[in-house]
Design a protein around this ligand. Structure first.
Ligand SMILES: NC(=O)c1ccc[n+]([C@@H]2O[C@H](COP(=O)([O-])OP(=O)(O)OC[C@H]3O[C@@H](n4cnc5c(N)ncnc54)[C@H](O)[C@@H]3O)[C@@H](O)[C@H]2O)c1
Length: 437
């Protein structure tokens, strides 16, 4: 056994700060409030429901993760949000149309007091929406300072002992990292000079990290995946992670692709299409925002299948991803996959997947797990990119030069081994020779 990592206790309230109060955020907050009141169960949440095996299979030690590592309790969470619309959390949840009216009626009291703070917004980065609740004066640096002031006031008014920020705002238009993202100094000069390459999400992330708050990115755009933000996170000893919650179709992809590869079955094509009608779908109808999504959605398959190592099986894959905005479906997305595979002697076969999913129902437990684990990571002194949280993302962040691990089963093993490592337990290798000595 190794030494136990020193983890500060989860004492006091944990403040969850969320830019963007749309479908995912309201489903998350309403869900936590419902669970606290015993109205529902935290289905889909690893921190709340999963166990972790310790020691040998014969030892019979499998505590709940939440009993094994010191996580903040659901009763200790307080919420603060920003949005370009002025709707309260209750109104935004009603508008999002994910949760049914009878449940929202029971949560009227806690949800109607959550009002979004004024957002930092730029229509160059999110084209299809515009709203009144924005900070419209000053340079990008001034806006970062206003966000830091929001954070300070939130900390004071709620009495939160610790904070964590998670981006659940709209997906921004695709941009590659630019000169302004090279170092922290370049980035700060860029904020003062209103550099057009700095997006609103990066201003939130900068304000969070400067305020000592860990940052997780639920959308596919860059935000903290740049050298400048990694430098700031390291300097301030703060965890960061991203990008893009792994929920519907990509979740299915990372379940099926490792299975095909494990049996050395070939793949000639994978065509994925989606219809969805929520605001996220509307924003993604813009080609710039879709490009950000396409990047994370396409990369998973390539990384899992490793065509360079297995050219006979995966060299010529035709991979296509489509998202179509279709209002009648609202948040109830439908994702179709047509998968063309081949087996022994090259004989072709097909798999069809029709996933009638609920986007925000799948995303909300990931938000919960991420904020609790980011808070744990900070108390455990873990700084910079948290690769062990890859499990939650379509486009996991890694150290520069390292390829990301997309296989969900490897990701889960990495996550659980990290928890074992934190608590000084033996890592589980699944070798199993000891049972047969
Ligand atoms: N639901 C899923 O399964 C899923 C999966 C992966 C990623 N995501 C990502 O999570 C994010 C949220 O998804 P959603 O379905 O809740 O979308 P949504 O459109 O319902 O909510 C996004 C909210 O962000 C607000 N917003 C936009 N720019 C902002 C800014 N600069 N500051 C503050 N608020 C801002 C919008 O007004 C909107 O209310 C999106 O980026 C989406 O791509 C969602």
């Amino acid at each position: 056994m190794k030494e136990i990592t020193k983890i500060a206790p989860a004492e006091g309230k944990l403040g969850i700060l969320i830019p963007g109060m749309g479908a995912v955020t309201t489903t998350f907050i309403a869900g936590v409030e419902a669970i606290r009141r015993g109205l529902a169960k935290p289905i889909g949440s690893v921190t709340q429901l999963a166990t972790i095996r310790l020691g040998k299979r014969t030892d019979g030690r499998s505590p709940l993760i939440k009993d094994f590592v010191p996580l903040a309790g659901l009763n200790d969470l307080v919420f603060g949000t920003w949005d370009i619309f002025e709707d309260t959390c209750l109104e935004a949840a009603q508008r999002a149309g994910v949760l049914e009216a009878p449940l929202l009626d029971k949560l009227r009291e806690p949800l109607s007091v959550i009002r979004p703070m004024k957002a930092v917004f730029d229509q160059e980065y999110v084209k299809r929406i515009i709203g009144p609740n924005i900070k419209d004066k000053g340079t990008k640096m001034d806006k970062a300072e206003m966000l830091m002031e929001d954070i300070r006031q939130f900390r004071e008014s709620t009495g939160a002992a610790r904070l964590a920020m998670i981006w659940c705002g709209s997906t921004e238009v695709f941009h590659k990292a630019a000169a302004v993202h090279r170092t922290l100094k370049d980035f700060e000069c860029g904020l003062m000079k209103d550099d057009p390459e700095i997006s609103p999400s990066q201003i939130y992330a900068y304000a969070a990290l400067k305020s000592g708050v860990p940052y997780a990115n639920g959308a596919p755009h860059l935000t903290v995946d740049t050298p400048a933000m990694m430098e700031l996170a390291r300097d301030r000893e703060l965890p960061i992670c991203g990008k893009d919650f792994k929920t519907g179709q990509t979740f299915m992809k990372t379940l099926i692709a490792p299975g095909l590869k494990s049996r050395m079955l070939g793949l000639s094509g994978w065509f994925s299409t989606n219809i969805l009608g929520n605001r996220d779908g509307e924003v993604l109808d813009d080609p710039g925002s879709f490009k950000s999504k396409e990047e994370t959605k396409l990369s998973a398959l390539e990384q899992i299948l490793q065509p360079d190592l297995y050219p006979d099986l995966y060299k010529n894959i035709y991979h296509k991803v489509r998202i179509n905005y279709y209002p009648p479906r609202g948040d109830a997305k439908e994702g179709w996959d047509n998968i063309d595979i081949f087996g022994w002697l090259g004989y072709p076969m097909q798999i069809k997947v029709d996933f009638l999913c609920r986007d925000s129902i799948l995303a909300a437990p990931l938000v919960l797990d991420l904020v609790l684990f980011m808070d744990l990571a900070q108390r455990a002194g873990m700084r910079g990119v948290q690769e062990w949280l890859s499990f939650y993302f379509k486009g996991p962040m890694t150290a520069p030069g390292l390829y990301p691990e997309h296989d969900i089963f490897i990701q889960l093993m990495k996550l659980k081994n990290t928890l074992r490592w934190m608590q000084g337990e033996d890592l589980i290798t699944h070798l199993g020779q000891e049972y047969y000595d």
